[in-house]
Design a protein around this ligand. Sequence first.
Ligand code: ADP
Ligand code: ZN
Length: 719
Amino acid sequence: MAERVRVVVMQAGLGPLDYAVPAGMVLAPGQAVRVPLGPRMITGVVWDGLAGPEVALAKLRPVAGVLPVLPIAAPLRRLCDFVADYYLAPLAGVVRMVLPQVALLGERQLSEFRLSGVMPGRMTPERAKAIAALEGRTGTVRDLGRAAGVSEAVVRGLVSAGVLVGEVRGAADGLAVPDADFAVPVLEAAQAAAADAVVGAIAAGGFAPFLLEGVTGSGKTEVYAEGIAAAIRAGGQALVLLPEIALTAAFMTRLEARFGAAPLVWHSDLGTAARRTAFAAIADGRAPLVVGARSALFLPFRRLLLTVVDEAHEQSFKQEEGVHYHARDVAVMRAQFEGACAVLATATPAIETQVLVSRGTYRHLLLPARFGGASLPDVQAIDMRRTPPPRGRWLAPPLVEAMRETLARGEQALLFLNRRGYAPLTLCRACGERIQCPNCTAWMVEHRLGRRLACHHCGHEMAVPEACPSCGEADTLVACGPGVERIAEEVTRLFPDARLALVTSDSITTPARAEALVKAVTAGEIDVLVGTQLVTKGFHFPDLTLVGVVDADLGLGGGDLRAGERTFAQVVQVSGRAGRGEKPGRVLIQTHQPEARLMRALVAGDAKAFYAAETATRRDLGLPPFGRLAALIVSSEDEGAARTAARALGEAAPHRAGLEVLGPAPAPLAMLRGRHRMRLLVMAGRQVPLAAILRDWLARVPVAGNVRVVVDVDPYSFV
Ligand code: ADP
Ligand code: ZN
């Protein structure tokens, strides 16, 4: 029996610590425990496979007690190790994401217990009697004591030995159980072939990653739903990750129609009670189908057989706070550790994903056509230099004309501009002052609906000033450039009778509002939709036949290596909203560079050519996935401290073949939330052990206490 254990303690800045195991206590890896730290008791998790010197046993303090929650299983522990190692995150920070909330709250929160399957290290006749009597029972300490005919002290002893674990009260009682055979669709040939591959892989068992590529409207959901059905039939569980979980009522309804029961939804805004219920149902397998946001990746599934990443190209799967992981990649790793299938579903696979297919790492499943013979929309570019809109307007004459025709036919139009608010910049006509956020290197965005200026980086808000804050002149401030609110205003001016809906995170703030919108559009109560990227997601409106992309050039500036790819995916996605019913769709793209490769590919519907050229450029420049990147963001409220630390890191930068360090340089977003920011960018060959080099580098450079260094491995943000 182990005399000592290594424990990952939930304490910022502390690595794993060793503790002695008191006599009679059995500790399995993954078990949550209470351990002494100085004068306090803190929570930790017994961990395995951690290297490091050992302190003499006699000097170790003992583990104080076991928390009555199920241990974290080995595949999830290995996922934590991987994430901590790959993304250079403290293991404790990763373990915290998987630790049951009850463990973080402490055992006081638990009132009912049941057998865990763990046997006590010290068996007594009373304990044996209790264990025999409590099989299949759940209850309070008092209930269980009575039922077993032992004292409450014996029951409590079994709780602290991990023999009895906390049962979350009312957990998922009455949870509807999805039925794999509830409403099985008839698949088209390509769908059936793809579904068979996934179902076959689940039946065979073991890790199998797939890219499920299909144009918008090709019925990818129906394909992976067969995978879900196979997982359910096998007595296992499936997880579907979505990039945006708040506004997905339509998607949930579809899954419910397929399985006869709504999936269990997991996201970070769940209330404590719902969270506990969900957690328990996932841990004991009563929830076979979970739909969730990124954080669902770290749930303690009992038997995970399939992970699906829908809209897998979405860059919002990259977590930009705390542990900077990419949920798409971690979903595949989770499947690997669990020996499960992984399906990445998208119409526009990321170049990273395409390259993994070409290397043979992922199997490729392709749905080449829209379901039911619907045609893809006709795409045309509008040259904004040749047919510009009138001064102070943003919709070019050909787009306005197309809208007129569409509305005259009683059909619907959608205008897409990925910019919230009314105007991105407010300028003083007299002195040229631009109104900036006091905390960020960013302009304040006017929100006319809310009558305020807002910073989209830190959330700072202010009233729209009456006079210029710089020169004091009254009535000199003018709004520059359009946001969706301004486009909506223009539509109202052009088509006063059109019924208009604004679709942004400012207007669609709750699932109920999203549902109401979908209903109104489907019922033909809306003529024109104006929206940000929220409108690109998953909607299916048969009478929507015209899509206008207001500014296709918008996302292309700046030093983001994926800007072109992102624009391409976004336009394809929003175009995919057009012509999904019987009526053919039409897409008009406003651009100042219709001759650019990207625009030509969009017009020709030639994704292959676009990706081939982008991929070749990445290969030539050694950019991901042909090389690797890591960003170091050094920030402090004290500008000098940030500079000093960044310089010290730059001077201590590793020198070796296949690795180059750029910077330090002030970040494009030089100030964010009041912190001054410097960046360094590491470019490395694929064979270079990047994580180890970064870890060694950071360990060599101590930084001041008021400086934060954030490591962003495989960065998606370059600001
Ligand atoms: P994608 O996710 O690939 O864009 P969807 O899964 O939204 O496409 O499918 C497009 C439409 O076709 C949806 O309304 C869906 O219900 C329908 N559909 C797809 N496959 C089938 C099928 N086999 N039987 C019936 N309807 C289907
Ligand atoms: Zn700000």
